[in-house]
Each structure stands twice: as C-alpha cells, then as structure tokens.
Design a protein around this ligand. Structure first.
Ligand SMILES: CC(C)(COP(=O)(O)OP(=O)(O)OC[C@H]1O[C@@H](n2cnc3c(N)ncnc32)[C@H](O)[C@@H]1OP(=O)(O)O)[C@@H](O)C(=O)NCCC(=O)NCCS
Length: 170
C-alpha cells in the first residue's frame, strides 16, 4: 500500500511529534519541529499518511548563507522521520522526493542536509564542500550536503550556512 504524501494540516501536530519522537527515540527533534512551526520557520512540512494514520514526516526550514549575492532561497532538509514499523518500504524516499519537488516549486534554489551520504546521495545530494559551502558547526566529513533544485542553481552560492536558531537546542 502506498501512503498519501500531503502537506501538514492543522490538527496534525501531535501525530507528527509522535512520529518524529518514535523514529529518533527521543524528543529533541520533535521539539525542534514544534519550535520551527511556532517561529513561522517551517517552510515545508509533509506527512506520509494512510488515511488518518501519519507514519512519516519531513521538514524544511530556511537557512542563511554568507555568500548569497542574489538572495537565493536555500532550505535545510530535516528532520526526516518514518515510524520504525514502516521503515525500509520507500516512505522516506517518497517524502524526500516530494519535498524536493515542492521546495523547487515554492522557489527554493537549493536544499542542504546533514546526514548520511549513502542515504541522501540517491536524491542528488553531494558534499556541500564541492561548491564552497560549509556548515557553521563541526560535522563528519561529507555529512553536510547540498542538492541543486534547478539548473545552475548553485552558481554564485558559497560560504557558511547557518540553520534556524531553533536547531541550536538539538
Ligand atoms: C532515515 C529514515 C527516515 C529512512 O526512512 P525509510 O522509509 O526507511 O527509507 P526508505 O525506505 O526510503 O529507504 C530505506 C533505505 O535507506 C537505508 N537507510 C536508512 N537509514 C539510513 C542511514 N542513516 N544511512 C544510510 N542508509 C540508510 C536503509 O538501509 C534502506 O536501504 P535499502 O533500500 O538498500 O534497503 C528512517 O530510517 C528513520 O526515520 N530513521 C530515524 C530518524 C533518522 O535517522 N532520520 C534521518 C536523519 S534526519
């Protein structure tokens, strides 16, 4: 059965928090999404649902970039969560693909992610350092990645990337 991928609706907040908290096994990431929502910084929030049963979630929020002369919109992907019982069925892939498609449609020029290159590489993410982009925090080599959402999207972008302040609490 294929879940519906749809935008977060009013009333989904508690179920989303359960999905995120269960996937990560702790509350920090669910708290982060709640904080982004409260700050108006949840640029895109998609759920994977079987009718009313939400089993997956993906969040995007705007990031700041020191080298961004054209003011391009760049979004950070994450957190990404799928309920353990539903993992390895392609739901994470569906959420990432739908998220990147919608991010592009909503005007984002690129997306960045902090995660395993073995997972995110399949969606077009490459080490951000290849394009002169670095995260403002220490991280494992190759973990900070960028995906262009349009042709030549990364032209002119470089420098240090900062996530929303809410990420500081994670
Ligand atoms: C990461 C996660 C969202 C993937 O969801 P999913 O629905 O299982 O993903 P898919 O079914 O699309 O893909 C599963 C594949 O990704 C692989 N995979 C899962 N997590 C991975 C990781 N951290 N690194 C590399 N590969 C990973 C699986 O082994 C599987 O490989 P296969 O297709 O060769 O069998 C899910 O495992 C999860 O919620 N994990 C806990 C939270 C988390 O770590 N989120 C990501 C960091 S923001």
């Amino acid at each position: 059965m294929i879940p519906e991928i749809r935008g977060e609706r009013a009333g989904d907040e508690a179920a989303i928090a359960v999905v995120i908290g269960t996937a990560f096994g702790r509350h920090a990431e669910a708290g982060l999404v709640a904080a982004l929502r409260s700050a108006g910084a949840l640029s895109l929030s998609l759920v994977a649902a079987y009718d009313d049963d939400i089993v997956g979630h993906i969040a995007f929020s705007p990031v700041a970039l020191t080298g961004n002369p054209d003011g391009a919109v760049v979004w950070g992907l994450g957190p990404l969560s799928v309920m353990p019982l539903h993992q390895k069925a392609g739901i994470g892939r569906m959420l990432v693909k739908a998220g990147l498609d919608q991010a592009e449609a909503l005007g984002a020029r690129a997306a960045v992610v902090l995660g395993d290159p073995a997972y995110y590489g399949r969606f077009g993410f490459v080490p951000a350092g290849l394009f002169g982009l670095e995260w403002d925090q220490p991280c494992p080599p190759g973990a900070f990645q960028v995906a262009a959402l349009a042709e030549r999207a990364l032209a002119g972008l470089d420098g240090v990337v900062s996530y929303h302040a809410a990420f500081g609490a994670v």
